[in-house]
Write a protein that binds this ligand. Structure first.
Ligand code: ZN
Length: 107
């Protein structure tokens, strides 16, 4: 992986999404719920079905919601106070939805 901060958010999110898909493709666990997974990679929409745990499903939701926010032009805004989310927070967690101040106030 080259210079991380030089990657635009969309690129980073797509990388995260494809890595998550690869992880799932390699590991099949029985007894989990199958969910449709949509990913926009290289301009193409793929719909795939994987058996995923709740935690993995939440991870996918986080990433795809972030991609939706990008398209809506509200990516990087705190959903609680509306301010810009700190750059280092987004670098670490590209799908972050809250700034440091609001995140700290959660239980
Ligand atoms: Zn906030």
């Amino acid at each position: 992986m080259s210079i991380r901060s030089a990657n635009p958010p969309r690129k980073r999110l797509l990388v995260q999404l494809s890595q998550a898909v690869e992880t799932l493709a390699l590991r099949k666990e029985p007894g989990l719920v199958a969910v449709p997974l949509e990913g926009t990679l290289d301009g193409k929409v793929k719909v795939q079905f994987f058996e995923v745990s709740n935690r993995e499903f939440t991870h996918f939701e986080n990433i795809s919601n972030a991609l939706i926010r990008l398209e809506q032009g509200i990516y990087g805004r705190c959903m609680f106070c509306g301010r810009r989310i700190e750059a280092d927070v987004l670098a670490k967690t590209p799908w972050a939805t809250e700034c440091l101040g609001c995140g700290d106030q959660k239980p």
